[in-house]
Design a protein. Structure first.
Length: 96
């Protein structure tokens, strides 16, 4: 079973939210579940999320929402993928 790593500080995660939306790049089938802040190598402001779930039948998307909700301290039902449901780069609506 995969271990959850510690999350970046909530303040830093919330600082990446622009207009109620957060852009993330997802890596499914990863060795662990983790969230990484932008490191300057990729596009600015895009959060990296790794999940162990496979990208079949929405499993990876559900895992992303669950992991992100836990990191932000929000209920997972309050998050919604608004763009990129079938892509690695997704835009997630975050309530105010």
């Amino acid at each position: 079973m995969a271990k959850n790593k510690s999350f970046p500080p909530r303040e830093e995660l919330f600082s990446l939210i622009i207009g109620g939306e957060l852009t993330v790049k997802v890596t499914p089938n990863a060795g662990d579940n983790s969230i990484s802040l932008p490191d300057g190598k990729g596009p600015a402001g895009i959060l990296s999320i790794r999940v162990t779930a496979t990208p079949e039948n929405g499993k990876a998307n559900a895992a992303v929402l669950k992991l992100l909700a836990k990191a932000l301290g929000l209920p997972k039902t309050s998050l919604e993928i608004v763009r990129g449901g079938n892509a690695r780069t997704k835009v997630i609506a975050i309530p105010d």
